[in-house]
Design a binder for this molecule. Sequence first.
Ligand code: BG6
Length: 464
Amino acid sequence: MNARSPFFWGSATASYQCEGAWNEAGKAESLWDRYLHEAHLENGDVASDHYHRYREDIELMAKGNQNAYRFSLSWPRIILNREGDVNEAGVEFYSRVVDACLEFGIEPYVTLYHWDLPQYWQDEGGWLNPAVADAYVRFARVCFDRLGDRVRYWATFNEPKWFVASGYLIGNYPPGLNDPQLAIRAAFNVMYASACCVQVFRDGRFQGEIGIVHSFSPVDGIDETLETRIAMRYADNYCNNWIMDTAAKGEIPIDLLADLNKRYDLSFMSSRQLDVIADNTVDFLGLNYYSRTLVKPYTRGETSIVVNNTGASFKEKPRVVLKDWFEQVLDDPGMEVTAWGTEIYPDGLRRGLLDVYNRYHLPIYVTENGIGVVEEINAEPIDDEYRISFMRSHIEAIKAAMHEGADVRGYFAWSSFDLYSWKNGCEKRYGLIGVDFDRDLRRIPKKSFGWYRDFIARESTAEK
Ligand code: BG6
C-alpha cells in the first residue's frame, strides 16, 4: 500500500476523447475510430490534440494547483495486433505523459480501459469473446511492466455499466447491439477481465493500488411503499450493484442472478471464473457522479431506454424502463436539469457516498464530476459561473459525506479541458479550460479553472 497520499484535487480525461492522432506512430484502429468513420459522425481523429499538447495541458493543471491527473491508456496505441506485439512509440508516449505529470508534481491516476477497444479484437466479437478478456489482461501486464515503476494508482475499467449497456443492450455505442442475452455475456466477461487484471497486479507485486471506476447513479424511489422499494432494488442492481458488488465484494448479487436466470442462459459462467472474481477484489472504488436515478414501480410497455447522446437539440428526455422491473421518473416537480436533460442533484452524491462506504468499507475517489454545456469559446476568460456553482455544490456534498464518515480520498473534475463527448461531438463542453476546436485548438482557461485553482490553494493551506 502507498504511504497515505494527500487528498487528490485533480481533473480527468480519456484517451479517445482528447488525444487525437488516431492513426499516428503505429496506433492501430479502435472500434470507435471504425464506428464513427463508417457512420460519418463527428469523431475523435483530432479531438483536443492532447497527443501533441500533453505537456502544455499538464503544465496548465499544475498552474491550476491540481495534484492528480486521471487519464486513460489507449490499448490500440500500445498493442499493435492480436499477437500482442508492443508498439514502442505508444508506450513511449504514455511514459512521457507520466514523466510530465511527475515533473509538475502531479500524481498520474491511470485507467487501463476507457472504451477504445482495438478494432482487431472487435472483429473477433469484442467483449462477447472470452479471448478478449485474456488479451486485455496481457495488455494490462504490459502497462504494469512499463509504467508501474512510476504509476501508483490504476483503474481496471472505466464504467462497465455504461459501455456494456450502451454497446450491447441499447445499441447507441459500438458495437451497436441490442440484445439482453449478449449484454449479460459482455458484462460478465468484462467483470471477469477486471478480476483477472487485479490478480495479475497482485501476483506481480506492483506498487500502489488498483480499483475500478463506476458510473455511479444512486437510486431514489418516488415513495416509501413496498412496490417502490422492490423497484429500487431492481434499479440498483441494474445501475450499480453488478459492478460494485462484483468488484468490491467478489459476488454478483444473488437476487440479480436469480432474476436473470429465469429468462436468460447463464450457463457460460464457470465456477472457476466465479472463484477468480471472489478472490480478486479491488483496493478502491472510483465513482463518476453526474446524477441519481429516481424510480417508480414498472407499470406497462416494453423495455425501452432513451439516451441523450445526440446533441443539445434532442428534446426527448433520457429515460430507462426495464419491463417488470422499474421505470425511471424524470418529471418530479422542481427537478433542475442540464441542456441534455441530466438532473443536477448534489445531495445524491452525499447520500450515495455514505451508502457506498457503509456497504463496502473501501476508500472512494470521485473520479468524474462535471456539467456538459454548449459554450462560446471567444470571450476570455469564458464566463462559466454555472460550472463553478455545479462544482461548489458537489464538493460541499463530498465534504458533508466525509464529515459523516465516508472515506473519500480525491475529486477529479470532468474534464481537464474541452474534449470529444461520445456521439455528441465537441459541442458538449465539460472542460475547465476551453479548446478552440474551430480554429487552432488554443487553450483558453474558463473562470471555473481559476475558481478551482484558488479553492485548492485554500484547501491545501487548511490541510497543513
Ligand atoms: C462518463 C464517461 O460517462 O461521462 C466520459 O466516463 C464521458 O467518458 C462523461 O464523456 C460525460 O458523458 P457525455 O456522454 O456527456 O460525454
